[in-house]
Structures are given as C-alpha cells and as structure tokens.
Design a protein around this ligand. Structure first.
Ligand code: HAM
Length: 405
C-alpha cells in the first residue's frame, strides 16, 4: 500500500529509464512455467529443492510459480529466437518458499536485465554499470560491489573436486549443515555465514587458481572496464551465487545497512549454457536482478529515496448540487495537474476539512455566489495568500500561476 507501493513503482520507472537508455527492450515473462524450466536453475540448489511453489494444473502438467525470471527469458529466447544480442529488461513478482523474515519474503519483486547471444566481457561491465548507476540514481551510496569469476564448467569441475577433498579432510571443523551441503554442492559451503565454519572455509583452495587462460583474460577485461568507468569493486573469491547456472563473471551488490544474511540487494553474472539447456541454440547469456523490496530497506537504512509526491495539487469544492466539481477536476487533470474533489452533497465545512487533510496546495470553490457570477473562488491552503474570485474561464490559468509560485 502507499507510500511503499509509490516508492516501488518509482523505483521500477527509474530502472526502466536506465535500461531503455542502455538499449534494453521490455519483456513480460509469465508468472509460471512448467516446472522443468526452473529445475535447470540447479537441482542441488535451495531455490529448486526447497523453495519452488509447484502444483499440478487441470491439464495434469506440473507448474511452478517463478522463483526468478532469467530461466523464463532463456526459454522465451529458445522458442522465439529474437535477433542477437537480445537485450531485455523485466520487473515483477517472484515466489520462493523461504523462511520469511526482514528482507526475505516469499513473494518479492525484482527488476532485472539480461543479454543473450554475446560472450563479450564488456557487456558484463555494462550490465554492472547499469545496476550501479541505478543505485546511485535512487540515492544509495553505500552499496558494495562484490565480484568473482566462477570460470568455465571444466575449471569448476576440477576445482569442485579439489574443494570437496579439502572439505572432507576438514569436515570435523564444519557445522552439521555445512557437512550436509558439502555432499550436494561443495561450492555452497563457501557461502556459509555460520561463525563455526569460518576457519575451514577461510583456508579452502581458491577458485581463482583454477581458472583457464580464457576465463582469466575475460575476468581481467571486466575489471579493467569497471576501473575505466570508475565503479569501485571488491574481488570476493568466495562469492557463490544461490543458483547453479553461472560461469565466469558473477557479482553481487551488498548493502551494509542490512543484516549480513539478507544484505544482497542484487546480483547476477554469466550463464553461458543455460539457453542450450532449455532446448535453444548454444548462445551465451549474462544479466542480473535487483530485489526491489530489499533495495527499499537499504534505502531506509541510508535515509534515501523518499516516496514521490502523489497528493493532489488542487482540491475542488462545490456546494451547488451540480456537476461543476467533476467538470473542474476533469479540466485540471486534462491540463496535467493532480486534482481531486470531495462529495458535492456534503456541507462546505466538511468539504473544506477534506481539502485541508488532502495535502492539496489550493482549493477551487464553487458555491451559489460563484455560480451566479459564472466564477470560481481560489483559496490557497498553505501560506499567506488571500482567497480570490476569478471568471470561470480563467480558473485554470490562475491556478497554474499560483502553483508555479
Ligand atoms: P538472486 O540472487 O536469487 O538472483 O536474486 C536477486 C536479488 O533478488 C537478490 O539479490 C535479492 O535482492 C532479491 N531476492 C532474492 N530472494 C529474495 C527474497 N526471498 N526476498 C526478498 N528479496 C529477494 C536471481 O534471481 C537471478 N535471476 C539474477 C540473475 C539474472 N542472474 C543472471 N541474470
């Protein structure tokens, strides 16, 4: 509800503007897909294993509410084959059966942008820049960009083996949850926020040492690009994303004002291979999504991004029993002003009270005297100004002049 919804909408509009400036078209992926689309996010991930909202529809198909929108975009690309590179942005709700708490919801909004069909690492830089410029524009100044490269699948396979051996050898120093995660997905252990895991995790082999020459060159190119754009970043070799489709560049924006477990206000990376997995051509992809709800919490923590002003500028009051109030409000709205009115059957006193409560700057009044003269009265609701009466045809101009002062 307002004012939160006003802020959310304003945020999406700013994102839309930034994405449009950068050459992205708008897409509206469906709210649900056949479950198979989302299983590609990684069968070992929490998002797929524990958090999907799935159900059988009346046609006997297994359906899931979307937990994110990248997989849908890849599925859309695979079916429609738009011209590459395909640059698309989106916004909307996602659903994950999480333990809800502050900053972690079962329904949450994202805005995101994806590019399918190019392996140019400069695109990774541009996408990160799009996110960074968006945060700056809404007034967030303390977000930290964490950057990593997960290498190519072959690099990761070698690394995962090395990591698994290391973690198994040191399993006694890990929490029970970490030992369980280690069996399914050793990389996720690196992401453990539990104090008791930190010593073992801190000593783990680093993925950076396992990257191929090509992956290393691409990663260096992204870093060079970010430096050229003066976007500060920190290399976080333990940054592991919660979805399995990533390779090469991965990144997250952390907001220090939020609790560590929920401080990622956005994240993304490359997902070369996902389109092919979904039955499409072997086209690379890269993108990110930002959590709108969580970004708002980060704004609150920094005292940034106030709700846009939506209060009416003009409040129309009529006590004649005619249609004047509706007509006047319509005239002001057609001229691009925010105008509202109260119920014309109520007393002057009650309508004035509503005008004062509305936050409007000026009241436009039509009573029996005004009707007799073909006039309206204009009463400033704030400051010193005097009430004046002008001919009806001058009402719009007079109000506009008043509002400009
Ligand atoms: P993700 O990291 O799962 O990535 O989500 C992106 C952002 O959505 C998070 O950083 C967070 O701000 C927000 N978010 C996620 N889950 C929740 C939740 N339960 N409650 C509130 N906010 C949440 C993705 O979704 C990928 N599709 C991003 C991507 C696009 N990668 C490549 N392209």
């Amino acid at each position: 509800m307002p004012p939160v919804t006003d802020r959310m909408r304003a945020m999406v509009e700013i994102f839309a503007d930034e994405a449009t400036k950068a050459g992205f078209g708008h897409v509206a992926p469906p709210m649900f897909e056949e479950v198979g689309v989302f299983v590609r996010l990684g069968e070992a991930t929490d998002v797929v294993k524990k958090e999907l909202y799935s159900f059988e529809d009346k046609g006997g198909r297994m359906i899931s509410l979307r937990p994110e929108q990248t997989a849908s975009l890849c599925r859309m690309f695979a079916q429609r084959r738009p011209v590459t590179p395909w640059k698309a942005w989106y916004s909307g709700a996602n659903f994950r059966y999480e333990q809800s708490q502050k900053g972690r919801f079962r329904q949450f909004d994202q805005v995101g942008a994806e590019v399918i069909g190019s392996s140019d690492p400069d695109l990774d830089t541009e996408l990160i820049a799009l996110a960074a410029r968006f945060y700056a524009r809404i007034g967030l100044t303390r977000t930290q960009l964490l950057l990593n490269s997960l290498g190519d699948p072959a690099d990761r396979a070698v690394y995962t083996d090395a990591l698994r051996s290391y973690l198994s050898a040191n399993a006694s120093g890990l929490s029970e949850q970490a030992r369980e995660t280690m069996q399914r997905n050793p990389l996720r252990v690196l992401d453990s926020k539990r104090e008791s895991d930190q010593e073992v995790v801190g000593g783990a082999p680093r993925l950076a040492e396992f990257l191929s020459v090509e992956a290393t060159a691409a990663f260096e190119r992204v870093q060079r690009g970010l430096r050229a754009l003066e976007i500060p970043f920190v290399i976080e070799s333990r940054l592991v994303r919660g979805l399995d489709y990533y390779n090469r560049t991965t990144f997250e924006f952390a907001a220090p004002g939020l609790e560590a477990a929920q401080n990622a206000v956005g994240g993304g990376g490359r997902y070369d291979g996902l389109v092919a997995d979904l039955g499409g051509p072997d086209e690379p992809g890269v993108g990110f999504a930002l959590g709108v709800d969580r970004t708002l919490l980060a704004c609150d923590a920094e005292g940034a991004f106030e709700a846009p002003v939506t209060a009416p500028q003009i409040w129309v009051i009529a006590t004649t029993g005619g249609i004047e109030a509706v007509e006047l409000a319509d005239r002001f709205r057609l001229a691009g002003l925010r105008a509202d009115r109260s119920d014309s059957s109520r007393s002057m006193k009650a309508q004035m009270k509503a005008a004062n409560k509305s936050g409007a700057e000026v009241a436009v009044i039509v009573g029996p005297d005004e009707t007799a003269q073909g006039a309206v009265s204009i009463k400033p609701l704030r400051g010193q100004g005097e009430q004046i009466t002008v001919p009806d045809h001058a009402s719009l101009r007079t109000v506009q002049e008043y509002l400009q002062k």
